[in-house]
Design a protein around this ligand. Sequence first.
Ligand SMILES: [Cu+2]
Length: 152
Amino acid sequence: MKNLSLVVFLLASFSVFSAENDVQLENMWIRSGPPNAKVLAGYGEIRNSGSVAVTIASISSSDFEKIELHESMIHNGMVMMHEVEDKTIKAGSSITLESNSYHLMLKKPGKKLKAGDKVNLVFKFTNGSFVETRVEIKMQDQPATGHGHNHH
Ligand SMILES: [Cu+2]
């Protein structure tokens, strides 16, 4: 019986763990810049398929000094951007990162990055969970993926 209760305990803790990891990063890519670009922009979708809201605590990568979540807005006819303060993703919803909207601002790459390179991104959430992904650097006008994603 001792072994059985251990199994039950492990299953229980596993399901708690996965409940906290209901965030998927979809179609993520980073737009390539000039060879010595100090800042690159990243796009894709951050989806929360869980039943509770999650809040991004930090986004990091071993290849960049700093990563921020930005939002672009047109202000007096100019595109301005600022860091998003409320990085909460409601249950069952997602944030789409695309041109002139939300995007990742990846600052100070530690090495020269060109199209085809891949970098690691780690999204940490305030509930202690995290999601890690590898993201490819792509040319400006390359479609994000071959999944029939609509571009405007
Ligand atoms: Cu930005």
